[in-house]
Design a protein around this ligand. Structure first.
Ligand code: ZN
Length: 449
């Protein structure tokens, strides 16, 4: 990015030089003016050039106004102006894009804290660094002045952010989420206490390993809160929150008409089955059972016939439902495999979902494969990624051979594609300081997600 900017600057300089040469060579000033206008046009017209000279930045978790100002060594007012902030009290929104020029040589790293008591001497002793070095990082002449609630930069390798009280560092994936995507946080706390994470009113599942912790959350495809609030809190520390922006999702629309035996399945059947399954999906172990990235549940399929989140109208009704999983159109009998390690929670023929296998992957993550012609596993059985669990069919509420693949965090259906694309399996294991067996997805099929 920065190399690109330098090249662009060279380009501008060279062009200016060419223009000046034109001016001196051509006696006719009209030609000279035309030349200048031509080059100015080339320089100013393309939008991409304009963006390169003014890089964009996506607001991350822990990016407060103070942290951004100290990190970029620019006045807070300039950053607020670039962001277009009106509300002085509200912190920058995670996922918002902000335009301000920052040179890579002028970025400060470290941790930003606001000590309630003590001063730089105490912090320096705790971090085992020189108090004079610490004072220099704050642009202070000496380490003896009390800092009180003033922000203090503790030197470190992290990009300078202001973490919730008690948290050493935090990362959120993806940086700019859309409704229906899996959301994940990883980080480290200063002590081994329980971490509470919630988005609006919904609590996230958390797991930890010593001071390292991860949290996963989900929003459904109908989530339309463009200014949601992310809360984080550990015991004996003040609550913390930061707004988070959801980019709008892009959805397809489908009209579905059921006939024959499928039409005989009632709404009550659908609700009953869902109610029972909700209890299974609510189970969350404190540790993940997976040991690698996830894969799609089959190798051979014709096409993806319906996407997650597709708005659906049934039997000429309104578009008031959405497709909860991904449909793979495939030949009957095609082998179906476990997407990751886990324990079999359901392996039976259900009224709506037909031949069904639901795997508990731990940490509140479940995947489901439905409409199977064969179920070749049993409840309670431990399965490994890639192990055969069944075969494609058209049982239950289905209009032809296909595999419906569900991906849930808690009781919320998410887009399995987002989990795979963001490689959250290994991303979360790394957050728990656990090795990941295969850091890449199985993408043998060119049509695969
Ligand atoms: Zn489906």
């Amino acid at each position: 990015m920065y190399a690109g900017i330098q090249n662009f600057r060279e380009l501008v300089t060279n062009n200016t030089y060419c223009v000046l040469r034109h001016v001196f060579k051509l006696r006719n000033t009209v030609y000279a003016l035309a030349g200048i206008l031509f080059w100015l046009g080339l320089i100013l017209a393309p939008d991409t050039y304009a963006q390169e000279s003014n890089p964009t930045y996506i607001i991350q978790i822990g990016d407060t106004w103070t942290a951004l100002a100290l990190r970029t060594m620019q006045p807070e007012a300039d950053i607020r102006a670039a962001y277009g902030s009106i509300n002085q009290q509200q912190q920058p929104t995670i996922g918002r894009i902000i335009d301000f020029p920052v040179s890579s040589s002028h970025i400060r790293h470290g941790r930003l804290t606001r000590p309630l008591r003590g001063g730089l001497l105490e912090i320096a002793a705790g971090d085992n660094i020189s108090p004079w070095q610490l004072a220099a990082s704050q642009d202070l002449q000496h380490p003896y002045r009390p800092v009180l609630m003033r922000p203090v930069i503790q030197p470190g390798s992290f990009p300078l952010r202001e973490m919730p009280p008690g948290f050493e560092w935090l990362e959120l994936a993806p940086a700019s989420p859309t409704p229906g995507e899996a959301l994940a946080i990883r980080g480290q706390t200063y002590s081994e206490t329980a971490v509470n994470v919630q988005l609006n009113q919904t609590k996230w599942n958390t797991g930890r390993n010593g001071r390292a912790f991860v949290a996963i959350g989900a929003t459904g495809a109908f989530f339309d809160d463009k200014q949601a609030e992310l809360f984080m809190h550990i015991q004996d520390q003040p609550a913390w929150s930061q707004p988070i922006l959801f980019a709008p999702g892009v959805w397809t629309f489908e009209e579905i008409t059921y006939s024959g035996p499928a039409a005989a399945i009632s709404d009550a059947d659908i609700l009953d089955e869902r109610k029972w399954l909700r209890e299974i999906w609510s189970e969350a172990s404190p540790t993940p059972y997976w040991q690698s990235d996830f894969r799609i549940p089959l190798d051979d399929f014709v096409e993806i016939s319906s996407l997650y989140g597709a708005r659906r109208a049934y039997n000429n009704g309104p578009y008031d439902r959405y497709h909860e999983g991904v449909d793979f159109s495939a030949y009957g009998g095609t082998p179906v495999y476990a997407p990751a390690d886990g324990y079999i929670a359901v392996a039976e023929f259900l009224k709506v979902r037909g031949g069904s296998v639901i795997i508990d992957h731990g940490l509140g993550v479940h995947t489901g494969t439905y409409h199977l012609s064969e179920v070749s596993t049993a409840p309670g059985q431990q399965v490994k990624k890639g192990e055969l669990i069944g075969a494609v069919g058209t049982t239950g509420l289905s209009t032809g051979n296909h595999l419906h693949w569900d991906f849930l965090i808690g009781t919320v259906w998410i887009n399995g594609r987002s989990w795979l694309e963001n490689e959250l399996g290994c991303w979360l294991l790394a957050g728990l300081k656990t090795p990941c067996a295969s850091p890449t997805n199985n993408r043998s099929n060119p049509n695969s997600l």
